[in-house]
Ligand binder design. Sequence first.
Ligand SMILES: Nc1nc2c(ncn2[C@@H]2O[C@H](COP(=O)(O)OP(=O)(O)OP(=O)(O)O)[C@@H](O)[C@H]2O)c(=O)[nH]1
Ligand SMILES: [Mg+2]
Length: 190
Amino acid sequence: MKMKSLPVLSLLGRDGVGKTALVTQLTKQEFSLFYEPTIEQKLTIQKDKIPVYQIYDTAGRAEFDSLRQEYIDHSDFILLVFAVTCSDTYQYVSELCDQIQLRKPSTPIMIVGTKIDLKNRQVSQEEGHALASRMKCDYMEVSAKNPTEIISVFDKLYDSFIASQTTESKGTPILRRKNSFKHKLKKLLM
Ligand SMILES: Nc1nc2c(ncn2[C@@H]2O[C@H](COP(=O)(O)OP(=O)(O)OP(=O)(O)O)[C@@H](O)[C@H]2O)c(=O)[nH]1
Ligand SMILES: [Mg+2]
């Protein structure tokens, strides 16, 4: 029997911003200052012991940039991560936003600024919100040391993914337009 594949959430953002730290906090309730660059990590997330989605924790290093488009194309929803302590990582997320808008504008996304526990901030909260408002998505700032904040990031994003699915199944805009046309026609014929 062919199993229905789970929706895929990809975490994208430059190396060292804390993508793996977020995933580790979500799945193991742990934080470590040890840094090991990721090549790719795939995990299944369960709710009430039922697998609900898959996480692709990706490599942020520039040498893997050629894979980025593939991740965007194969994701059902996306978490864009930058560190508030490094403006280059914010700039990179802004470029990813352009790519998503160009290729898959309807993908549910969320933008997260990490490392707010550190003193040397380079990206303001306003800049984070500005990017999110351009993308019409949520923006949250977190420290990967704080489990409650991390759980709420993933829950909020998953909820917006589910909401987007429900909207789609209620009817595409074309279908709704057709229905309203039928309604107008019926009124005219009465
Ligand atoms: N203080 C602080 N350190 C963090 C935070 N998030 C991540 N770090 C640290 O930053 C370093 C890099 O974190 P990772 O999660 O491995 O970064 P990544 O984005 O997965 O990097 P790649 O796998 O190379 O793409 C590690 O030493 C983490 O402990 C945070 O919110 N606060
Ligand atoms: Mg990593």
